[in-house]
Every structure is written in structure tokens, then in C-alpha cells.
Design a protein around this ligand. Structure first.
Ligand SMILES: [Zn+2]
Length: 75
């Protein structure tokens, strides 16, 4: 019985941790240059090195249709 309770507690903690991970994933980095169409997990990604605009942090849900997919380097 006690092991079952521990199992449920562990499961709940994993779900909670994953939930906070998803919230962090909402914040992404983008280049505002005309040829940029991917978003990045990290500001230091080398995919942002040749950005011709500025590099800004955005919520992934507010990027608009210009940005089509995740970066394959940092994701
Ligand atoms: Zn990247």
C-alpha cells in the first residue's frame, strides 16, 4: 500500500515537472531579419549567427505565419 502511494506521488511530480517545462518552451528566440523563418530554443544558437535583423525573445504562440518551424540545431 505504501509503495503505491509513493508511486502516485512520483507520477504527480513528473507531471508537474513536465508542465513547467512546457511553460518554459513557450519562450523562444527569433531573428527579425527578412529571411528568418525558424525559432530557436537558445539565444546562443549558431543558427542565429548570421541574423541580419535583431534577435528578440517571443512567446511561440505569438510568432505569426512568418515563422514556420523550430530550429533543427538547438531543438
Ligand atoms: Zn537554433
Amino acid at each position: 500500500m505504501r509503495k503505491e502511494v509513493l508511486f502516485v506521488v512520483c507520477l504527480a511530480m513528473v507531471v508537474l515537472l513536465c508542465g513547467s517545462c512546457d511553460m518554459q518552451d513557450d519562450e523562444v528566440w527569433i531573428c527579425t531579419g527578412p529571411e528568418a523563418y525558424v525559432w530557436h530554443k537558445t539565444r546562443n544558437c549558431r543558427g542565429l549567427n548570421d541574423c541580419s535583423g535583431s534577435i528578440v525573445k517571443r512567446n511561440v504562440n505569438e510568432l505569426g505565419s512568418k515563422y514556420q518551424r523550430k530550429c533543427k540545431i538547438c531543438y
